[in-house]
Design a protein around this ligand. Structure first.
Ligand code: 5RP
Length: 210
Protein backbone atom coordinates (compact mmCIF):
# COMPACT_ATOMS: atom_id res chain seq x y z
CA UNK A 1 0.00 0.00 0.00
CA UNK A 2 1.23 3.46 -0.91
CA UNK A 3 0.79 6.44 1.39
CA UNK A 4 -0.15 9.68 -0.36
CA UNK A 5 -0.07 12.96 1.52
CA UNK A 6 -2.54 15.53 0.22
CA UNK A 7 -1.33 19.12 0.44
CA UNK A 8 -4.39 21.28 0.11
CA UNK A 9 -4.55 24.58 1.97
CA UNK A 10 -0.86 25.33 2.41
CA UNK A 11 1.61 27.79 0.95
CA UNK A 12 4.49 26.60 -1.26
CA UNK A 13 6.95 27.02 1.61
CA UNK A 14 4.69 25.14 4.03
CA UNK A 15 4.31 22.35 1.45
CA UNK A 16 8.07 21.96 1.09
CA UNK A 17 8.55 22.00 4.88
CA UNK A 18 5.87 19.34 5.41
CA UNK A 19 7.32 17.07 2.71
CA UNK A 20 10.79 17.37 4.29
CA UNK A 21 9.32 16.21 7.61
CA UNK A 22 7.36 13.22 6.28
CA UNK A 23 9.52 12.35 3.26
CA UNK A 24 10.69 8.95 4.42
CA UNK A 25 7.21 7.73 5.27
CA UNK A 26 5.33 8.63 2.11
CA UNK A 27 5.26 7.42 -1.50
CA UNK A 28 3.21 10.10 -3.25
CA UNK A 29 2.76 13.83 -2.74
CA UNK A 30 -0.57 15.20 -3.87
CA UNK A 31 -0.59 18.79 -5.02
CA UNK A 32 -4.18 19.36 -3.93
CA UNK A 33 -6.85 21.18 -5.89
CA UNK A 34 -6.72 24.31 -3.67
CA UNK A 35 -2.93 24.50 -4.16
CA UNK A 36 -3.36 24.18 -7.92
CA UNK A 37 -5.94 26.98 -7.90
CA UNK A 38 -3.55 29.09 -5.84
CA UNK A 39 -0.23 28.37 -7.58
CA UNK A 40 -1.07 26.58 -10.83
CA UNK A 41 1.27 24.02 -12.36
CA UNK A 42 4.19 25.93 -10.86
CA UNK A 43 3.45 24.06 -7.61
CA UNK A 44 3.81 20.71 -9.37
CA UNK A 45 7.05 21.80 -11.05
CA UNK A 46 8.61 23.04 -7.80
CA UNK A 47 7.66 19.96 -5.79
CA UNK A 48 8.86 17.50 -8.45
CA UNK A 49 12.12 19.43 -8.86
CA UNK A 50 12.71 19.58 -5.10
CA UNK A 51 11.75 15.94 -4.44
CA UNK A 52 12.51 14.03 -7.67
CA UNK A 53 12.36 10.63 -5.94
CA UNK A 54 8.73 11.00 -4.82
CA UNK A 55 5.76 10.44 -7.13
CA UNK A 56 3.72 13.61 -7.60
CA UNK A 57 -0.03 13.53 -8.16
CA UNK A 58 -1.72 16.67 -9.47
CA UNK A 59 -5.29 16.72 -8.19
CA UNK A 60 -6.67 18.62 -11.16
CA UNK A 61 -10.08 16.87 -10.98
CA UNK A 62 -10.39 17.23 -14.76
CA UNK A 63 -14.00 17.44 -15.96
CA UNK A 64 -13.61 18.56 -19.59
CA UNK A 65 -10.90 19.11 -22.22
CA UNK A 66 -9.25 15.94 -20.96
CA UNK A 67 -6.33 15.52 -23.32
CA UNK A 68 -5.43 19.21 -23.39
CA UNK A 69 -5.46 19.65 -19.61
CA UNK A 70 -3.73 16.35 -18.84
CA UNK A 71 -0.92 17.27 -21.27
CA UNK A 72 -0.29 20.45 -19.29
CA UNK A 73 -0.10 18.41 -16.08
CA UNK A 74 2.43 15.98 -17.54
CA UNK A 75 4.48 18.83 -19.04
CA UNK A 76 4.80 20.08 -15.46
CA UNK A 77 6.27 16.61 -14.64
CA UNK A 78 3.47 15.16 -12.57
CA UNK A 79 3.39 11.36 -12.43
CA UNK A 80 -0.35 10.97 -11.84
CA UNK A 81 -3.28 13.14 -12.94
CA UNK A 82 -6.82 13.04 -11.62
CA UNK A 83 -10.01 13.08 -13.67
CA UNK A 84 -13.59 12.96 -12.41
CA UNK A 85 -15.01 9.48 -12.90
CA UNK A 86 -18.48 10.91 -13.48
CA UNK A 87 -17.53 12.96 -16.54
CA UNK A 88 -17.80 12.03 -20.23
CA UNK A 89 -15.98 8.91 -21.42
CA UNK A 90 -14.55 11.09 -24.22
CA UNK A 91 -12.88 13.33 -21.63
CA UNK A 92 -11.47 10.38 -19.70
CA UNK A 93 -10.20 8.79 -22.91
CA UNK A 94 -8.37 12.04 -23.66
CA UNK A 95 -6.73 11.98 -20.24
CA UNK A 96 -5.75 8.32 -20.67
CA UNK A 97 -4.27 9.11 -24.11
CA UNK A 98 -2.17 11.98 -22.73
CA UNK A 99 -0.93 9.76 -19.89
CA UNK A 100 -0.09 6.76 -22.04
CA UNK A 101 1.94 8.91 -24.45
CA UNK A 102 4.35 9.75 -21.62
CA UNK A 103 3.99 6.54 -19.56
CA UNK A 104 2.23 8.27 -16.70
CA UNK A 105 -0.87 7.37 -14.69
CA UNK A 106 -4.52 8.35 -14.28
CA UNK A 107 -6.59 8.28 -11.11
CA UNK A 108 -10.36 8.62 -11.46
CA UNK A 109 -12.10 10.35 -8.57
CA UNK A 110 -15.46 8.62 -8.03
CA UNK A 111 -17.05 11.48 -6.09
CA UNK A 112 -20.80 11.69 -6.87
CA UNK A 113 -20.77 8.49 -8.99
CA UNK A 114 -23.92 6.51 -8.21
CA UNK A 115 -23.45 3.36 -10.34
CA UNK A 116 -20.09 2.74 -8.70
CA UNK A 117 -19.34 -0.84 -9.74
CA UNK A 118 -20.51 -0.46 -13.35
CA UNK A 119 -18.62 2.80 -13.80
CA UNK A 120 -15.43 1.50 -12.18
CA UNK A 121 -15.39 -1.52 -14.52
CA UNK A 122 -15.83 0.77 -17.53
CA UNK A 123 -13.06 3.10 -16.43
CA UNK A 124 -10.60 0.26 -15.94
CA UNK A 125 -11.56 -1.08 -19.39
CA UNK A 126 -10.68 2.23 -21.01
CA UNK A 127 -7.30 2.44 -19.31
CA UNK A 128 -7.68 4.28 -15.99
CA UNK A 129 -5.03 3.09 -13.52
CA UNK A 130 -6.69 3.85 -10.17
CA UNK A 131 -10.29 4.10 -9.03
CA UNK A 132 -10.53 6.40 -6.01
CA UNK A 133 -13.47 6.36 -3.62
CA UNK A 134 -13.60 9.83 -2.14
CA UNK A 135 -15.77 11.59 0.39
CA UNK A 136 -15.74 15.31 -0.33
CA UNK A 137 -14.49 17.66 2.37
CA UNK A 138 -17.88 19.40 2.34
CA UNK A 139 -19.78 16.26 3.39
CA UNK A 140 -17.23 14.59 5.66
CA UNK A 141 -19.28 15.60 8.72
CA UNK A 142 -21.95 13.07 7.75
CA UNK A 143 -20.36 10.70 5.22
CA UNK A 144 -17.28 8.51 4.87
CA UNK A 145 -15.68 6.43 2.09
CA UNK A 146 -15.35 3.05 3.86
CA UNK A 147 -18.41 1.22 2.48
CA UNK A 148 -17.55 2.35 -1.03
CA UNK A 149 -14.01 1.03 -0.56
CA UNK A 150 -15.35 -2.46 0.13
CA UNK A 151 -17.53 -2.31 -3.01
CA UNK A 152 -14.83 -1.01 -5.28
CA UNK A 153 -12.20 -3.43 -3.98
CA UNK A 154 -14.54 -6.31 -4.75
CA UNK A 155 -15.12 -4.93 -8.25
CA UNK A 156 -11.64 -3.96 -9.47
CA UNK A 157 -9.28 -5.51 -6.89
CA UNK A 158 -6.97 -3.91 -4.35
CA UNK A 159 -4.22 -2.96 -6.83
CA UNK A 160 -6.52 -0.52 -8.63
CA UNK A 161 -8.08 0.96 -5.50
CA UNK A 162 -7.45 4.32 -3.89
CA UNK A 163 -9.29 5.94 -1.00
CA UNK A 164 -9.56 9.52 0.25
CA UNK A 165 -11.73 11.64 2.46
CA UNK A 166 -11.11 12.38 6.09
CA UNK A 167 -8.87 9.40 6.87
CA UNK A 168 -7.15 9.65 10.25
CA UNK A 169 -5.02 7.48 12.50
CA UNK A 170 -8.25 6.52 14.28
CA UNK A 171 -10.01 5.41 11.10
CA UNK A 172 -7.12 3.79 9.20
CA UNK A 173 -8.04 0.36 10.62
CA UNK A 174 -11.24 0.49 8.55
CA UNK A 175 -9.09 0.81 5.42
CA UNK A 176 -6.16 -1.59 5.73
CA UNK A 177 -8.11 -4.87 5.48
CA UNK A 178 -8.98 -3.99 1.87
CA UNK A 179 -5.33 -3.21 1.01
CA UNK A 180 -6.04 -0.32 -1.36
CA UNK A 181 -2.98 0.47 -3.46
CA UNK A 182 -3.14 4.16 -2.51
CA UNK A 183 -4.26 5.59 0.83
CA UNK A 184 -4.68 9.36 0.60
CA UNK A 185 -4.40 11.40 3.78
CA UNK A 186 -4.70 15.18 3.98
CA UNK A 187 -5.76 16.76 7.25
CA UNK A 188 -5.06 13.49 9.07
CA UNK A 189 -1.37 14.43 8.72
CA UNK A 190 -1.17 18.08 7.67
CA UNK A 191 -3.63 19.19 10.35
CA UNK A 192 -1.68 17.52 13.15
CA UNK A 193 0.96 19.16 15.33
CA UNK A 194 3.30 16.14 15.21
CA UNK A 195 3.15 15.51 11.45
CA UNK A 196 6.30 13.38 11.34
CA UNK A 197 5.15 11.00 14.09
CA UNK A 198 1.66 10.70 12.64
CA UNK A 199 3.05 9.97 9.16
CA UNK A 200 5.34 7.34 10.70
CA UNK A 201 2.35 5.71 12.42
CA UNK A 202 0.38 5.62 9.15
CA UNK A 203 3.40 4.03 7.47
CA UNK A 204 3.68 1.36 10.17
CA UNK A 205 -0.02 0.51 9.93
CA UNK A 206 0.13 0.20 6.13
CA UNK A 207 3.31 -1.91 6.25
CA UNK A 208 1.81 -4.38 8.72
CA UNK A 209 -0.89 -5.22 6.17
CA UNK A 210 1.46 -5.12 3.15
O1 5RP B 1 -9.09 15.94 -2.71
C1 5RP B 1 -9.30 16.41 -1.62
C2 5RP B 1 -10.46 17.27 -1.39
O2 5RP B 1 -11.27 17.33 -2.54
C3 5RP B 1 -8.38 16.10 -0.49
O3 5RP B 1 -7.07 16.23 -0.92
C4 5RP B 1 -8.63 14.69 0.01
O4 5RP B 1 -9.97 14.59 0.46
C5 5RP B 1 -7.70 14.32 1.17
O5 5RP B 1 -7.80 15.24 2.19
P1 5RP B 1 -8.50 14.90 3.61
O6 5RP B 1 -7.82 13.66 4.14
O7 5RP B 1 -8.22 16.11 4.45
O8 5RP B 1 -9.95 14.64 3.33
Amino acid sequence: MKLQIALDTVSMQQAVNIIKKVHKYIDIVEVGTPMIIDFGMEAVKIIKKTFPDILVLADTKIMDAGEYEAKMVFEAKADIVTVMGITHVETILGVVKAASEVNKMVLADMMCVKNLEERAKRLVEIGVDYICVHTAVDVQATENPYDELARIQKTVGSKRCAIAGGITIDSINKVVDYKPEIVIVGGGITGQKNKKEVAATFRQKLDIYG
